[in-house]
Ligand binder design. Structure first.
Ligand code: ADP
Ligand code: MG
Length: 254
């Protein structure tokens, strides 16, 4: 299984650099002294108990949440209050959520072309071609003219991934993309993510799918109480955890 941790697509180039980052929700210190460097093409799985700050951390990377101290640099752009920087980072970072967040009143194709047309100013016909390309990639081109409510959860999540890809992101963030799905639909979404990983996408995935972590991740980050407690390649993370907190977590999920 150590084979899987050799990622020919990973490079030394930095995609994301987080340094001494802290975040509070009011009085509550939710993220503490986060240091994390992600290289281009790297595949990171973020694990940890509920409430440990996993979602908050990845939401900080595209400024869905604001940090209060330290640095977050995405593809060379530091996230500050400068709206130009925020726009630039958002245009490079795709995000897929647990609840697919598709627009229910738009068709699948329209969901995929909305942002490219209105944000990227791409001509409609070209945006539709790109959308069909990515819908083929996630294996549901035949659903293009249906509405989200007509699709299964697994199909909707694959649309959400295709919709993100239509913006040509350099980095993809996944926040428990399979947690809301019935078991039989989890695999089709994970397969889509595996394919993306194999193509060299830089990915940060919050997931409880430890099989995915073992076979796809270059590195597993374990968070507890707002801190990165431990990180390692998946083999050592699962077979030789260092901290008591990690051991306790693994004993509960494996
Ligand atoms: P995880 O994704 O690991 O379950 P979260 O990042 O969602 O953790 O949450 C971390 C902590 O921050 C939890 O205690 C949660 O209740 C709290 N929290 C999350 N979002 C908010 C918010 N918008 N306002 C206040 N507290 C929040
Ligand atoms: Mg979460």
């Amino acid at each position: 299984m150590t084979m899987a941790t050799t990622n020919p697509k990973a490079s030394d180039e930095v995609a994301i650099r987080i340094e001494g980052m802290n975040k509070w929700y009011g009085q509550f210190h939710v993220l503490r002294d986060i240091d994390l460097t992600v290289t281009r093409g790297e595949r990171i799985v973020i694990a940890g108990p509920s409430g440990s700050g996993k979602s908050t951390m990845i939401r900080c990377i595209n400024r869905l949440e604001e940090h209060q101290s330290g640095k977050i640099v995405v593809d060379g752009t530091e996230l500050t209050n400068d709206l130009k920087n925020i726009d630039k980072v958002r245009s490079e970072v795709g995000m897929v959520f647990q609840h697919f967040n598709l627009f229910p009143h738009l068709t699948i194709l329209e969901n995929c072309t909305l942002a490219p047309i209105w944000v990227r100013k791409i001509p409609k016909k070209q945006a539709e071609e790109t959308a069909m390309h990515f819908l083929e990639k996630v294996k549901i081109p035949d659903q293009a003219h249906k509405y989200p409510g007509m699709l299964s959860g697994g199909q909707q999540q694959r649309v959400a991934i295709a919709r993100s890809l239509c913006m040509m992101p350099k980095i993809m963030l996944f926040d428990e993309p399979t947690s809301a799905l019935d078991p039989e639909m989890i695999k089709e979404v994970l397969d889509t993510m595996i394919e993306l990983a194999e193509e060299g996408m830089t990915m940060l995935c919050v997931t409880h799918e430890m099989g995915f972590a073992q076979s796809v991740a270059d590195r597993v980050i374990f968070m507890a109480d707002g801190q990165i407690v431990e990180q390692n390649n998946p083999h050592d993370f699962f077979h030789n955890p260092q901290s008591e907190r990690t051991k306790q977590f693994l004993s509960q999920i494996l």
